[in-house]
Write a protein that binds this ligand. Sequence first.
Ligand code: NAD
Length: 254
Amino acid sequence: MTEVERAATVLAESARAGRPIVAFTGAGISQESGVPTFRGAAGLWTEHQPARVASREGFVADPAYVWRFHEELRRVCREAAPNPAHIALAWIETALADSVPTPVITQNIDGLHQEGGSRDVIELHGNAQRVRCTRCAYTSDDLPTAFEELPPLCACGALLRPDVVWLGEELPREAMRRAQQWAEQGGVMLIVGTSATVQPAATLPMLALQHGAALVEINPEATPISALAQVSLRGRAGRLLPELAEALATALDT
Ligand code: NAD
């Protein structure tokens, strides 16, 4: 039995027992769509200091600088298309729709899971294509291709900011509550393309483990999850997730 088949068996056992298969994804799943990860050789943070471009303090110090960085990230996300990994996860959701829940909990802000066809997506870190006001309750995802002036202002006169979670900020409460609920259901957590180091999102695999879930990982590199996972598949998500989906279909047929 190959490692992919072994992973498929873990997923199939959970599906047969009626327990959820919860995907937990990070920047690595979108790397093959051309959205750079934060860490790693071609990562965004090798060129930009996180504290300057992704923190409230950085935004207060120089909102136009943060917006220039964000507009570039927003353009990259908008122009990216879902890759076979996003599509395989959506396929699993459709294939198992009548038997078990298959939510996707993502740290990504690129919207590619939804574009790839996933319907039940929990965004822990917001969405790059949405803004919110720094003073009033205004939010919008109906944005121009590029803002004429940076930083953009709200109708109330205050600064608009990207509706994403920056370093040290609290996660959206409802999204985290739902993610924690899924992590407490047992079954399988399928962890794809995350270094599992960004807190508090990285607590979710540990929570799942404490509640009896099996962890299955897909990542080209070892992470803190690798030693805890029942199966840890080494390689690109765009190759391994479609293989896993196919092996799952076979395992469920037999
Ligand atoms: P990370 O940058 O810390 O780690 C990326 C992980 O992906 C690494 O472990 C790497 O080995 C792995 N990886 C690289 N290529 C891969 C591939 N082809 N297939 C599978 N795995 C691959 O990312 P993170 O853990 O998501 O945390 C970083 C934070 O950055 C998150 O909060 C996220 O919101 C944000 N972010 C999001 C995007 C996006 O929306 N696409 C992009 C960059 C950063």
